[in-house]
Design a protein around this ligand. Structure first.
Ligand code: HEM
Length: 400
């Protein structure tokens, strides 16, 4: 162990670490800002300044071998499921610009009214029941519906796609390799989207899939494989993270009823509720890079080719940037520079959509629900090395 922390170990696969990763992060920031775990084969940066610098240093820290921790998950084929997220420039910038032609802020903003409708469609029946599973009945449905509507996936297929997307990110305790069901689910998603792209090629519509087929810059277009990779990324990365953001928001405001009371009294605080949840317990806890060269930091040398983790969840609690970072305070004055959506050339393309969806959904919830409580039993976490949030979050609501 190169760090001075022995026998302290940072193991992102450990279910006990998932219960509460923040004491571990605190210790890393204080005692081992560059941590090396030779057994699991990674290095990790935990301080806010290092994480943000790491995101911006896309020359020495490459994305081309994939940005997840999973060993050899896809390696040089990572771009097939992670799209341009797993590419370096100039490949990355070419593809990001082409995708941006279809995935425009205008297209996202046009979803506003539809997001309201979809929110009410799922929220109202759940609220009528009084107690329900926030993830199963609401948060697991809305982002998938929104992304599916954008892409043109019919309503009848969405439950199956959600099931497959959940399987892709799930990890069994103690198993380092990507489990077979996750790989099979990924392949099923790829087959589904391949068929959809071919269908749109013959019969174009107004949806994002058709817009991506149509996108062109100086005669350059996206290939079918590139479009499928992007769709896969949206469903797995975009959908899962937004579902978990909605779950984490209700969980932490449920654990801190005085905070929910603040939003109740002042619904204009809903966007701050979203931001504080993104800071305090973000749904995308880490991304990985590989060192393109030897890198000297904190008196140690990360060797060329090594995997380097940028610990987003830790950066967002760093007391150098956020006063009293371990307190969930919706109306905090120091908004700081959140690491939650990355930084630099790979900055999240869906950040605006995620914030829009979460704000609409939580505003509708706030105007209808006076008080709510988390159930005593049945709350269940997902176990993943990077996605943080709940598979089940049963709540009881008192409607206003
Ligand atoms: C990139 C987080 C929602 C699409 C990223 C990155 C992070 C992130 C940390 C940077 C990854 C890196 O640097 O390697 C999140 C979180 C979300 C969210 C926390 C929700 C709370 C979405 C949504 C979409 C989306 C809804 C699309 C519908 C993307 C894409 C990239 C990306 C395409 C790659 C950008 C690039 O490589 O240039 N996201 N994301 N994300 N995200 Fe998101």
């Amino acid at each position: 162990m190169t760090s001075a922390l022995e026998p302290f170990t940072f193991d992102p696969y450990d279910y006990r670490f998932h219960d509460d990763p923040y004491p571990t992060y605190e210790r890393l920031r204080a005692d081992a800002p560059l941590y090396h775990n030779p057994d699991l084969g990674f290095w990790a940066l935990s301080r806010h300044a290092d994480v943000i610098t790491g995101f911006r240093d896309n020359v020495r820290l490459s994305s081309a071998m994939g940005v997840s921790l999973d060993p050899a998950a896809w390696g040089p084929h990572a771009h097939r499921t992670m799209s341009f997220l797993a590419m370096d420039d100039p490949r990355h910038v070419r593809m990001r610009r082409l995708v941006y032609k279809g995935f425009t802020p205008r297209r996202v903003n046009e979803m506003d009214a539809r997001i309201h409708e979809l929110t009410l469609e799922h929220l109202e029946p759940a609220l009528e029941r009084g107690s329900f599973d926030w993830i199963e009945d609401f948060a697991g449905k809305l982002p998938m519906d929104v992304i599916s509507e954008l892409m043109g996936v019919p309503a009848s297929d969405r439950a199956e796609i959600r099931r497959l997307a959940d399987l892709v990110v799930h990890r069994d305790e103690g198993v380092l390799d990507v489990p077979v069901p996750a790989i099979e689910a990924a392949l099923s998603l790829i087959t589904y989207y391949s068929e959809m792209v071919e269908a749109r090629r013959s019969n174009p519509t107004e949806d994002l899939t058709s817009a991506l087929l149509d996108a062109e810059i100086d005669g350059d277009r996206l290939s079918a494989e590139e479009i499928i990779g992007f769709m896969f990324l949206m469903v797995v990365a975009g959908n899962e993270t937004t579902t978990k953001l909605l779950g984490n928001a209700l969980y932490w405001a449920g654990r801190n009823p005085a905070e929910y009371a603040k939003v109740q009294a002042e619904p204009d605080l809903v966007p701050d509720w979203v931001e504080e949840t993104l800071r305090y317990d973000t749904s995308s806890q880490l991304v990985a890079r590989s060192a393109a060269t030897d890198i000297e930091m904190h008196g140690l040398t990360i060797p060329e080719g090594a995997k380097v983790l940028l610990l987003i969840g830790s950066a967002n609690r760093d007391s150098e940037v956020f006063d009293d970072g371990d307190t969930y305070r919706i109306d905090r004055a120091d908004k700081g520079n959140l690491a939650s959506f990355g930084a630099g050339v790979h900055f999240c393309l869906g950040a605006h959509l995620a914030r829009l969806e979460a704000t609409i959904a939580l505003r509708e919830f706030t105007t209808r629900v006076k008080r709510y409580g988390l159930a005593e039993t049945g709350i269940e976490r997902v176990h993943s090395t990077n996605v943080r949030g709940f598979a089940h979050l049963p709540v009881q609501v008192e409607v206003a």
